[in-house]
Structure formats: structure tokens, C-alpha cells
Design a protein around this ligand. Structure first.
Ligand code: FE2
Length: 293
């Protein structure tokens, strides 16, 4: 008995993060009718500061995705697209364009604003990926737009005991992800776990964090953890690490996200995320007057 309690004390000292909430994703549609599953950014889970939204799109039926996301504006935050399969063409009003392919990512800082389109390049086959929205500090909401386009080979992969981790942002055992210069110091990891594999990741203790299971299922947190099924997000409490154990039969693949919370007021309306209602009205007026591009 004494051994059990001493090991529990050690766990407590490590301040492992616990799951505070499990939220199943909701089917929804966006853009010109693209079907997707939204886990963050719903009434059940409006935000995990500074993260505002997470959508997973996965379909091999072109009717679900071909309409794409034609011209639309953004202001005041960042959109992150991470593709697992398929191809998406990106184009903005300033003439920037790029092709996102399976395994690649785009970290777009919309800043003061732009108008862009995100359209599937393929006519059939599987289209699978994510879009994440990350808030910008109030002081950076009106800065110039910036793109970090990452080809699949630019995203390093770390293998540790049954885990294969793609590091988009942040650090895993000394390997840093390529996304740089983001105010909220994000961690964004794609963690693939073999059946029964257990993986622990260090995270800055005060960072807001959540994860999303997109293959299999996982037990998350200290001791036996909390079961998180495919298609659900788990919000993590404070602590300096998180432990994820894959389902013994199905394994798991998980997107893990953490970043410094902004603790600032958030006013959001469609594709605009500002700090006040007035700033939202200004964004709408600027868009209508063609000042976003
Ligand atoms: Fe967009």
C-alpha cells in the first residue's frame, strides 16, 4: 500500500494534465457546402484559448467537398490547414497561391485581412484534413498577412517507442517544428500510436491545450486516463505533461494542440475575430468597401 501511495505522489509532482472535458465533434457544413466535423468552435466547446475552431473534413465522395471554399475574407486571427490526403489549391487577393498536398500544412496569419479561396484540386478520391483557427493577440490583429507553407518533407517526424510524431510546431525530444514566429508559441503534433503504445509529451504548464482523436481511440491523462473515441476532442487541464495511450486493438492517431492563452476579450463574427463589436463592424465595412483585397 505504501508503494502505491508513493508512486501516486510522484505522479502529482509531475503535474500530469487531466482531461477536463470530452466533446464529440458535430457534423456541419461550411464554405460552399463542404461537409465537415467541428469539435472546437461549437456551443458545446466555444474555444480553448487561444484556439477558436477545429474542423476535420474526411470524405471520398466528391459531392461532400468539390464545392470547396470559394472567395471569403478573414481578419484578426490565423488559419492552419493540415492535409492528410488529397490536394487543395489556395489563392488570395494579393496574388499568393499554393498547393496543399497530403502531409503538408499551411499556417496563415490573416492579420489585418485578405480574401482567399481554398478549393479541392482533385475530382475524386479521399480528401482528408483539418482546419484550425488560432487567435492573434489584440496588438497583432492588424499586422500584415503572412504565410508559412510547409511541404510534407519539411515537417519532421520523430519515432519514440511505438509513437510516430510529426512536429508541425513546438518541440518533441529536441526536434523543432518548422512553424516559427507565432506569438502564442504553439505546439501542434500529429501523433500516430501503435495499438497499446503509451506516449508522454511535455507542454508548458500554463498553455491552453486540447487534443483530437482522428483514428482509433485513446486513454488520456494520469493512471488509466479518460477514454477519448475517434471524432472527439479532449480539453486538458493545467500541468506540464500529457500522457496518451492508444487503444489496444485499434491504435490511435491524435492531433495535440497547445499554446499560450491570450486572456483577452473575443468578438467573433463569421470569418472575423476581433476584440470588440466595433472592430467587427469595422472589419465588415472594410470588406464591403473592398479594403481586404
Ligand atoms: Fe479561409
Amino acid at each position: 500500500m505504501s508503494q502505491v501511495s508513493s508512486s501516486m505522489n510522484e505522479r502529482a509532482e509531475r503535474t500530469e494534465r487531466e482531461v477536463t472535458k470530452v466533446v464529440p465533434s458535430m457534423p456541419t457544413s461550411d464554405g460552399a457546402g463542404v461537409r465537415l466535423n467541428r469539435s472546437l468552435g461549437t456551443a458545446a466547446l466555444p474555444m480553448v484559448d487561444p484556439f477558436l475552431m477545429l474542423d476535420e473534413f474526411r470524405s471520398d465522395d466528391p459531392d461532400d467537398y468539390l464545392a470547396g471554399f470559394p472567395d471569403h475574407p478573414h481578419r484578426g486571427f490565423e488559419t492552419v490547414t493540415y492535409m492528410l490526403a488529397g490536394e487543395m489549391q489556395h489563392r488570395d487577393s494579393a496574388g499568393n497561391s499554393g498547393l496543399l498536398v497530403g502531409g503538408g500544412a499551411q499556417w496563415m496569419t490573416a492579420g489585418r485581412g485578405l480574401v482567399h479561396s481554398e478549393m479541392p484540386k482533385q475530382k475524386d478520391g479521399l480528401m482528408w484534413g483539418f482546419q484550425l483557427w488560432v487567435n492573434l493577440p489584440r496588438a497583432e490583429k492588424m499586422k500584415a498577412p503572412r504565410y508559412q507553407d510547409l511541404a510534407p518533407e519539411q515537417i519532421p517526424e520523430v519515432e519514440i517507442r511505438g509513437a510516430k510524431v510529426r512536429v508541425v510546431a513546438g518541440e518533441v525530444e529536441g526536434t523543432r517544428g518548422p512553424v516559427q514566429g507565432i506569438a502564442v508559441e504553439p505546439t501542434m503534433l500529429d501523433i500516430a500510436l501503435k495499438p497499446g503504445a503509451r506516449f508522454t509529451q511535455l507542454l508548458p504548464a500554463k498553455h491552453g491545450a486540447f487534443l483530437y482523436v482522428f483514428v482509433g481511440a485513446a486513454q488520456v491523462g494520469p493512471a488509466d486516463g479518460v477514454r477519448v473515441p475517434r471524432g472527439a476532442a479532449a480539453v486538458l487541464g493545467e500541468g506540464d505533461s500529457v500522457t496518451i495511450e492508444a487503444d489496444a486493438e485499434e491504435g490511435a492517431r491524435v492531433l495535440l494542440l497547445a499554446a499560450r492563452p491570450l486572456n483577452e476579450p473575443v468578438a467573433r463574427y463569421g470569418p472575423f475575430v476581433m476584440s470588440t463589436k466595433q472592430e467587427i463592424q469595422q472589419a465588415i465595412a472594410d470588406f464591403q468597401a473592398g479594403r481586404l483585397g
